[in-house]
Design a protein around this ligand. Structure first.
Ligand code: F6P
Length: 599
């Protein structure tokens, strides 16, 4: 039998020789190697091809995929556990937990399924945990991700008094110590907790790095989870979805696949409990296929998505903003997309902003309104009208994000207000067959130079339609923000180069990137990184002997750390000279390219 053809476009990352020291979630995707030099329409096509990898079938002896037998079977088993809790909810809880995007999606999913319960007059049983608390829903807080004890404390707090807990820990890269701590705690208390782990690396690629004061690693926890899984006391769901389009940016495919897996599992449990529809292999597989169709239908709108990427890219290049004005859960996806730009691209919070109709009232998050924490926490349309609209001009891009089931007259009203300030107004609009508020939509179309309209056929359940809208919106917005930052020159090849270095995972990623781009040995790269972090050309001993946590703490609020370190490494110049170089050439991709040519 012929061996796998690793060279088929997009598959070479599966070869054992391709970036062998990196887990899949950190590898660079061969499909996007040249994304930094691509046009808006090529960027969208590359993202489409990357997303399509999520649904590729398992080939030969490769890793399990989203639609693999083992994955579908484990999903059925977890759905049955959730069904038990839904049928007998007394003193029980389903907890979804994660860091960054994984925690934000935990919030989205817990809120969505609690709403479904309310519709059938049941009390909520879903809770979410996000490392760093609710402020991490809308701003980047990477440091708590490193703290396993904090993970345990927040789990204990949420589960106080509960006798049965289905705990779902999400870590796309099998890496977050916060989640590892929670899983470890669950494994120690099997009488109450059944832990489920969701991530997108093969088990042997889990992170095997000790955090200070902690006896286990993510890897050792995964091993114990697998042992417990043989007697169904724990479950591991870890299909591989291929490397991210921008290396390590797990908000993209990792986030989408998390949403797909949990929605399929929990929808099956709800249908079994409330509509007496048995949980079957076929049913799970069919639901997964609906998401594949959703992705295809979304990317069939390549031209419209390209128009949005171009507009957003133009705004960011001129130093102006991209603003998402949304309704309902689609607006939450917009808030999530906007909040990820800071850690991913070193963005200022004003670059990409999200606003939701109804603000915190609509979100119903654990800690309530966070408006007092600062301007970036003003997320309602009123906040937009007061703080954003007055300074809006034609270089800013505004996206209206809604469905036919939202108050379209309110969309029109807001569109008119925006239009007084800028013609650069666009609509992302979902409708289903037969439900078209035609005249209002016509009026909105007249105000927008481009409208991305997707018409969905009505499925049996309204809930499923909503989930399709959400995934579709996530894909569009991820493409808009990623594409816009690529066009702004924030990506080198397919690496985020102007990234934050605010936790141990990001610190190691930064070091690896410096090694790859400079060709210098690790100690020199680390030294350059620390010089940029501490803003010193000579490092005193107390700094070089400090641990990673100290370094990542010092990196908070620092900007351009990795680009500065790279310029210093390639040219041997001082930090001051590197800063002035980057000031003259703020497009990181160009700055790096020029220096690489010089080196
Ligand atoms: O450290 C920041 C970050 O990489 C976010 O971008 C990401 O959403 C989060 O960590 C969680 O990563 P994971 O799901 O792999 O634990």
């Amino acid at each position: 039998m012929a061996g796998p053809d690793w060279n088929r476009t997009g598959w070479e990352w599966e070869s054992p020789d391709y970036e062998p020291t990196l887990p899949v979630s950190e590898k660079s995707n061969p499909l996007t190697r040249d994304i930094d030099r691509a046009s808006a329409s090529s960027i969208v096509k590359m993202l489409q091809a990357c997303d399509a990898q999520m649904f590729q079938e398992e080939a030969g002896r490769s890793c399990q995929r989203l639609l693999s037998d083992q994955v579908v079977t484990t999903m059925m088993e977890v759905a049955k556990r959730a069904e038990l809790i839904l049928k007998d909810p007394e003193d029980s809880l389903v907890v979804l937990s994660g860091c960054g995007t994984s925690g934000r999606l935990a919030f989205l999913l817990a809120s969505g399924f609690n709403k479904e319960l309310r519709k059938v007059n049941q009390s909520p049983i879903y809770a979410y945990i996000i490392a760093g608390g609710d402020r991490a829903l809308f701003s980047s807080r990477e440091a708590p991700e490193d703290d396993p004890q904090l993970g345990v404390l927040s789990l204990q707090k949420v589960c106080e008094g509960k006798k049965r807990v289905l705990f779902v820990g999400i870590s796309c890269g099998f890496s977050a110590p916060f989640v590892a701590g929670q899983l470890d705690f669950c494994l120690q208390h099997p009488d109450v907790y059944t832990p489920v782990l969701i991530g997108f690396n093969p088990a042997h690629q889990a992170r095997d790095e000790h955090m200070p004061g902690c006896s286990f690693t993510f890897y050792s926890v995964v091993q114990r989870m697998q042992e417990f899984a043989t007697s169904q006391k724990a479950f591991v769901i870890n299909p591989v979805v291929g490397p991210e389009a921008i290396s390590g940016s797990s908000r993209m495919k990792g986030g989408s696949a998390t949403k797909i897996l949990l929605e399929v599992i929990l929808s099956a449990a709800h249908a079994a409990t409330f509509s007496h529809t048995a949980i079957t292999y076929k049913g799970i597989l069919q639901h997964m296929r609906v998401y594949e169709t959703t992705a295809n239908k979304t990317y069939a709108q390549t031209e419209a998505i390209t128009a949005l990427v171009e507009a957003a890219g133009q705004s960011l290049r001129s130093g102006r903003s991209v603003c998402y004005l949304g309704w309902g859960s689609l607006a939450l996806l917009a808030l999530i997309d906007a909040s990820e730009c800071h850690p991913t691209f070193g963005a200022a919070y004003k670059d990409v902003r999200g606003f939701i109709s109804g603000g915190y009232r609509e979100l119903n998050n654990n800690e309530g309104a966070l408006t007092l924490l600062g301007p970036e926490f003003g997320i309602s349309h009123e906040d937009f009208l007061h703080s954003f609209l007055p300074s809006l001009n034609e270089q800013d891009t505004v996206l209206l994000i809604y469905t036919h089931s939202d108050d379209v007259s309110e969309v029109l009203k807001l569109a008119r207000r925006v239009r007084e300030k800028t013609p650069n107004l666009h609509a992302v609009y979902h409708q289903s067959d037969g439900d078209i508020a035609a005249s209002l939509q016509d009026d909105i179309n007249k105000l927008c130079p481009s409208t991305l309209k997707i018409t969905w056929s009505t499925p049996a359940s309204g809930c499923l339609l909503h989930m399709q809208w959400e995934l579709s919106t996530k894909l569009v917005l991820n493409a808009v923000s990623t594409g816009a930052y690529v066009l702004k020159g924030k990506i080198y090849q397919n690496h985020m180069i102007d990234m934050q270095v605010t936790n141990s995972k990001l610190y190691r990623r930064a070091k690896r990137l410096l090694q790859k781009l400079s060709g210098c040995p690790e100690p020199r790269c680390e030294e350059a990184l620390l010089k940029a972090v501490y803003q010193m050309d000579k490092l005193p001993k107390d700094i070089t002997s400090s641990d990673v946590t100290t370094h990542t703490g010092a990196a908070t609020n620092r900007t351009q750390v990795v680009p500065l370190a790279l310029v210093c490494l390639l040219t041997g110049c001082s930090l001051t000279e590197a800063k002035s170089h980057l000031k003259q050439q703020p497009i990181i991709r160009e700055a790096v390219a020029v220096i690489m040519d010089m080196a």
